[in-house]
Design a protein around this ligand. Structure first.
Ligand code: PRP
Length: 181
């Protein structure tokens, strides 16, 4: 099976993705300087972005990982109920935390994460999202860094999955509607 055959189109090709991530890395590096930020990757989708963003940064920083799941799982629609399935290994008290997400859709995942992380008293807490889908937002969330605003289409690739596949594609593609309807 060729995953590419299930795509309606490529929304963001690899070279545009990488160019934008390079810019974000430079901007984050300028903003944080010597603050030694802790980049928190939201698994699994955020892993490709975290790895490229980290390599686009030229300041000392640390990495950590967290996994949050929609309760009962989700394929196309978020249930709106989320829980921690893997917690950080770092103590974030008085640390400058930058949450790195692949996509903000309804905002439930980040809303939950921000609430939890804020109870741990970080020195600062900011969000860096590669993709922002404003049409689907339920929760009002301040995004400090955004790679691309995208239309309300079912996107896969570069960390984003459908039924756990497509994460390895080096670009963002739009899934053919017949794949999920
Ligand atoms: C996706 C994505 C975000 C979240 C965004 O994760 O990686 O974390 O959904 O959706 P929301 O704004 O509506 O909450 P998913 O739960 O599919 O898990 P995954 O990253 O492991 O694929």
């Amino acid at each position: 099976m060729r995953l590419e055959d299930n795509l309606a189109k490529i929304l963001i090709p690899s070279d545009r993705l990488q160019a934008r991530i390079y810019e974000l890395g430079a901007q984050v590096s300028r903003d944080y300087g010597d603050l030694r930020p802790l980049l928190v990757c939201v698994l699994k989708g955020g892993v490709m972005f975290l790895s490229d963003l980290s390599r686009a940064m030229n300041i000392p920083h640390e990495l950590d990982f967290m996994a949050i799941s929609s309760y009962g799982g989700k394929r196309v629609e978020s249930s709106g109920v989320v829980r921690i399935i893997l917690d950080l290994t770092s103590n974030i008290e008085n640390r400058h935390v930058l949450v790195v997400e692949d996509i903000v859709d309804t905002g439930h995942t980040l809303n939950y994460m921000v609430d939890i992380l804020n109870t741990r008293n970080p020195a600062s807490l900011k969000i860096c999202a590669l993709l922002n889908k404003p049409a689907r937002r339920d929760k009002d969330i301040q995004l400090d860094y955004v790679g691309f605003d995208i239309p309300n289409e079912f996107v896969v690739g570069y960390g984003l999955d459908f039924d756990e596949l497509y994460r390895n594609l080096p670009y963002i593609g739009v899934l053919k509607p017949e794949m999920y309807s």
